[in-house]
Design a protein. Sequence first.
Length: 615
Amino acid sequence: MITDLNEILVEWSYRTSDGKPDVKNNAKLIILESVLNDFGWSREARAELLNTLMETDIVKNKDSGNIYTVQNVNKDKHVLVKKDASDADIAKVTKNKVDKEKGDKGKQITKSDDNKKFKPTKEQTQRQIEIAEDLKEDLDFILENKDAVRLKSGGGSNSPSTQDVKDLQTFTEKRMEQDKRRLEAQEKGEEFDEEPYVHPSIIQREINDETLDKSIDYLKENLEEKDFENLIKRFAKGGAVPRHLTKLTKLKKGEDGYPGLNKESPGYKRAREIIRLYVKNDAKSPVTGKPLPLSHMEPDHRLPFTTAESDVVESGKFKGLSLKTKKPADGNSLQEIMKKRKEQLSDYDKKVIAALEPLQAKYDDPNSNMDLMSGPVNQFKGSLINDKLLNSIRKKLAENPEEKRLIDEYTSERKRLITKYHRDSVENGGVPPYHEYLIRNADTVETNAMMKAHNYYHPDSKTITMYLKGDKAKGIEPDSDYYKKVKDFWAKKEVGLPESVDDVDFKKPPFNQTMAIYVSAGRGRGGAKRRPTKDDHNYMMEEFSKQNYFGSTLQEDQKQEQVIDDRRKEVNRILDKKEIEILKVQLKNPDMSDRARSNRQKKLDKLQSMYGEEV
């Protein structure tokens, strides 16, 4: 069954620059042809309809009121409506063509719900500009003092190169200019439909649902079942957002498609849309324009994900909430409320969650509020925005490079941030699994932080005592709720732990899965030392494999990326050839503005240079 005509008209309207379908505009008819093709119309049916719309008159019968097409208007019998035809009139004209197609097609092809994309409010746009200005100020300083300032940032593997930071600076400036144009449009009450800026080396391609489904099917057919599921898991869980957005379930016996992943689970839907974004940007970083391997890729939210909390507070429904003090009316922060088990929630908590979860889903939408960046660039950017202390220390170090106190302060702060980053990732389900790339590229501080994050939720008796009572030498404050946090973590995984820490059996998981950070120094009187970092990495991979936490190897990453790359190139070739045809027709439109003509010509030249004689 062919999709409803109203959807075709809505899609046609959405794809036109001014939102107005026009049967007299050849460029817009080309867009209509593309829409019909995406909705499954045959080449013959598309040609017949377009010829009808271009070469005949749309009339209304004076007696019956029916709308149809004629070659010659009989003024006694017909009222000409083509000149001022409405969307409804055009829909009636196409009805016969649709009925004909219904006989030829039995499959309905759905479309992306892009016209319902999240759009920031005026206040949110202003906030984006403020964040960008802060980031730009820091980037300007770092680039001016690149020889004196360490580029290593808080949280994550590897350091961005100086060129990466320059690209991030340009990206920030372009997005900020765009946000300012959006704000001006919002203040005037005008629409603003510019695509978010990406690096100019990227050719963006709109990926409809049919193409996306075929691409995912291709990945499934060309990967082992375990590899495919790991790939979907990687896409689903990136970004360390709450589990209710990333939960992946498997179909149960008797369900359609069994066995396999449940396509209706939140994590599968999230993975699907991130794959769409990944392919749309040609598997490249929007910041640097460089290829973006899966092992490097991390989601970044344009409007911070935590904005959802601000929206809950500003809604006025929860007057007791305060983001500054993190003490709502019943003493729980928003994040603490989200972490509690459902049977422990008060009615107040449940209302907060009911308001917060849909907003979190909105801000996590890959189609409207997400970029896929390389890990080093994303984490570097995040530390600048979220931790002004670290950057202020950078600035002081540039001014006083010999000051040992500042270097110690910087080192300590960086350790704290990295430890927090990895613990938050484990808590939110982002890791484990740890992939080999992340482990192999971790420095000593990051390696230590990964093991400590794991041990926090897999504690032995010494670890429990350390966190409950504190350890001044390690800078750990006493936390009387520590064991409760461990219990809550495992409860979310449907693993029950003893009610009291006194009843723990340290010979059973997860308490016998603590990783040994120090090893025997080999001296007669005891003592301990750290392994070489490379040995730590081998140990981590071995332990994570035993505990089924290890993600993918470098070889598996390479295989997955090769399969994705093969499919991406095939999709690109199909979409680009269609785009070239459309651009050629559009450039023949004498009414096109000089700016639009220049932009389209540049795009056409770039596409044609890629394919040479093929087109």
